[in-house]
Design a protein around this ligand. Structure first.
Ligand code: HEM
Length: 143
């Protein structure tokens, strides 16, 4: 694959993920749909990172850019890394929320205080994640 083909593929996948995330967010109170959509977005984002890395040695380029003192690439890399960390927090807090809220076996909520706390963590993380993921998307077109 040429670098142009990889770039088009990476941008298409990136755009598709933003759409999947938007739909997943819209359906945030329907966990049976919300969870698989968000997990799909995470897996596609990781796959895309692998494609970009294998295609153009992105990690090495990013390390060089940090060393050279230019700001565009390090900024994009930093917000993208924060978005990836946001996925991890979302998976952990979302899974705990799903279990604690009794949605797994349709049980009554055993500990409403815990559910409230987990929902807060999930929601605050979601707000930060959305900003990071959108900034990562926009700045990816600078590359
Ligand atoms: C980065 C990806 C994700 C974002 C941005 C996100 C965002 C949200 C938001 C904003 C809510 C509504 C919270 C509220 O207002 O109370 C929500 C609910 C929820 N999310 Fe996520 N989420 C993500 C990933 C996940 C994942 C991976 C899981 C599970 C594996 C998950 C499980 C849940 C559950 C169980 C609820 C509660 C649904 C309900 O109350 O009916 N989320 N999510």
């Amino acid at each position: 694959m040429t670098e142009d083909t990889i770039s088009i593929l990476a941008r298409s996948l990136n755009t598709a993920v933003v759409f999947v995330l938007a739909v997943g967010l819209f359906l945030r109170y329907r966990p049976k749909i919300h969870m698989p959509l968000m997990l799909t977005a995470f897996v596609v984002d990781l796959t895309n990172l692998l494609i970009i890395e294998l295609g153009s040695g992105a990690v090495e380029q990013a390390v060089d850019a940090f060393a050279e003192g230019t700001y565009f690439v390090p900024f994009h890399v930093s917000v993208s890394a924060l978005a990836l960390a946001g996925y991890v927090v979302a998976v952990i807090s979302g899974t705990k929320l799903y279990r604690a809220s009794g949605l797994v076996l349709r049980l009554p909520v055993a500990d409403p205080e815990r559910v409230r706390a987990l929902r807060k963590v999930h929601k605050v993380n979601a707000a930060i994640f959305i900003v990071m993921r959108l900034v990562s998307f926009v700045t990816s077109f600078w590359m």
